[in-house]
Design a protein around this ligand. Structure first.
Ligand SMILES: [Zn+2]
Length: 286
């Protein structure tokens, strides 16, 4: 499906944290938090009510805050995407300028700054090849790069007259990015779980970065080939597969396909988890 207001399903409240199984938000508050499947800051509209606890929200914040303010921040500010705290939105962005013989970081008003987006291009999740995990860390040598706004050369030149060149600070962290797409995939699969056969979620320990959790590249990855741009803001699709581990559910996610963004592919559920995933079966509430 594509995320559009017209097909904006309202899911029933879960009543348990979709990460740890807790049935209350915190020792002092009963009602669980609503889970935005795709962050509101990325204009996501799907909500899973009463589905997260305070501790898990705090854990998720480690990667989500970074992705939303650093990796996607300049793009969000330039495109006027939603913000929980618009008053905290930066007024300037750092730009490296070559002035004389020296590179100097200057804060440039946001309307003048060029806006770049970098998104990692991942290999497919290793589990789909049927073997055990071979890599501990997610690694990518390939990024999709787009310039979304060229910036105002005239104003920049007027203020920083001697500039001979410029470059950008790029803030993409492969681990945090992978966890962000895993969180979206898990939430979406959980929201749609009633329609899924053999739903046995496998990502919670990885998302919460619990000791001994499955290495990221085993379950989280993407497609190397990049599809043509499409007019949607977000595309998210649940796919049923059969692997040697039985019924295996995958979620494909494309954030901003209109810029020709990469597709991320995340394994959200495995019917008969292999040994590399069995810690989850013991440690997880689902
Ligand atoms: Zn929780």
């Amino acid at each position: 499906m594509s995320e559009k207001p017209a097909d904006n399903p309202v899911y029933p409240p879960v009543g348990r944290c979709i990460y740890c199984g807790a049935t209350r938000y915190s020792p002092t508050r009963l009602k669980l938090g609503d889970e935005h499947i795709i962050p509101e800051a990325l204009d996501g509209k799907l909500v899973l009510p009463e589905a997260s606890c305070f501790e898990c929200e705090r854990s998720i914040n480690w990667f989500e805050h970074y992705c939303l303010t650093k990796t996607f921040g300049p793009m969000r500010y330039a495109l006027g995407m939603r913000s929980k705290r618009p008053q905290n939105r930066p007024k300037t962005l750092p730009l490296e300028l070559l002035i004389g013989e020296n590179w100097v970081t200057k804060e440039v008003p946001i309307d003048w700054a060029p806006v770049m987006i970098f998104m990692p291009v991942f290999d497919p999740p290793e589990i789909l090849a049927g073997g055990p995990p071979t890599r501990q860390n997610i690694y990518t040598a390939k990024f999709l790069h787009r310039e979304l706004a060229p910036g105002d050369e005239f104003k920049l030149g007027e203020i920083f007259a001697a500039t001979k060149g410029r470059s950008y600070k790029v803030s993409v962290d492969g681990i945090r990015f992978a966890l962000q797409v895993a969180k979206i995939a898990h939430g979406y699969a959980f929201a749609e779980r009633s329609g899924l056969e053999c739903f046995n979620p496998v990502l919670t320990d990885t998302i919460l970065r619990r000791p001994g959790a499955t290495p990221l590249p085993y379950l989280i990855g993407g497609l190397q080939e990049i599809g043509p741009p499409s007019p949607e803001n977000i595309e998210i699709t649940l796919r049923r597969g059969i692997t040697k581990f039985g019924v295996t559910w995958l979620v494909d996610i494309r954030l901003f396909p209109w810029i020709g963004a990469p597709t991320y592919r995340v394994v959200v559920s495995v019917e008969n988890p292999p040994p590399a995933l069995q810690l989850l079966a013991k440690g997880s509430a689902y």
